[in-house]
Design a protein around this ligand. Structure first.
Ligand SMILES: [Zn+2]
Length: 266
């Protein structure tokens, strides 16, 4: 049992290392399958022992072995975060399966587990890219859309599908209007695409509180950053992280959220 969790953590570290490559190459508009990993500063091809998640960064004291350039903290942070998330997911989907059905006997559970790994991976790519460069990579958004399409195909009723699609399009249009009216000052176009994907993924009705939460979390963060003078009123704060945080909150607390909204609407 413990071995299974450790394996999931190590697997997450490896995936995190891959996500770092996707994030950096995506920011430069390069294909992420292109060639071996290189130092960002001197361009030297990295050896296998320079690519060990977490370990290489700390053994090399956050510097390139060849040129001594400082390595970004993005490397260990993304690796550790992915490892931790994967371990938590593994705990949630215990090896004995959910509701007593062993994981390997249920294709549906195996499917769910695959989504459970893909969704946070795409989210990490979006989170880091948006914070560092205000970019929401299309590849990550398309990944989320494909996952939602596969999920949607398991829905039995056309009415349910209609509600999910309708709500996602409506919410995306709302963000589109904010982007259009503010000429990109309040929202980026990436946020429009991201909201479409997360709303579709959550489905109706959870997609509604997700957007509300993202505005509340964004507002709270904005006030704190203003108070700490990290930002001023003219600073553009990327909104993607708040969309992701709001979606996660709505996913885990959707019933509480819907109850609260029902109450406030009378
Ligand atoms: Zn170097």
């Amino acid at each position: 049992m413990v071995l299974y969790y450790i394996f999931s953590f190590l697997f997450g570290l490896g995936v995190g290392s891959f996500l770092n490559v996707v994030i950096l190459r995506g920011a430069r508009g390069e294909s992420f399958v292109k060639g071996r990993s290189r130092c960002e500063s001197c361009g030297k091809t990295l050896q296998w022992f320079e690519l060990i998640p977490l370990a290489s960064f700390f053994i090399q004291k956050a510097r390139c072995r060849s040129c001594g350039a400082k390595l970004s903290w993005q490397y260990p942070l993304v690796e550790f975060a992915t490892g931790l998330l994967f371990a938590l997911i593994a705990i949630y989907y215990s090896p004995s399966g959910v509701e007593g059905i062993p994981l390997w006997l249920s294709p549906r559970l195996a499917f769910e587990l695959m989504f459970a790994f893909v969704i946070p991976s795409a989210s990490i790519v979006i989170l880091v890219s948006d914070i560092r460069w205000k970019i929401i990579p299309n590849g990550a958004v398309v990944t989320l859309l494909v996952v939602s399409l596969i999920r949607e195909s398991t829905r039995l009723s056309l009415v349910d599908i209609g509600y999910d699609v309708g709500a996602a399009l409506g919410l995306a249009f709302f963000f589109f209007a904010l982007w259009f009216l503010s000429r990109g000052a309040w929202m980026g176009f990436g946020d429009v695409k991201l909201v479409l994907a997360t709303s579709f993924l959550l489905g109706f009705p959870a997609s509604i509180p997700a957007v509300l939460f993202s505005f509340w979390i964004g507002a709270a963060f904005g006030v704190i950053l203003l108070a700490l003078r990290v930002v001023n009123l003219k600073t553009q704060i990327p909104f993607g992280p708040f969309i992701l945080a709001g979606s996660a909150a709505a996913y885990f607390y959707s019933e509480t959220a819907l109850w609260y909204i029902g109450m406030s609407m009378g």
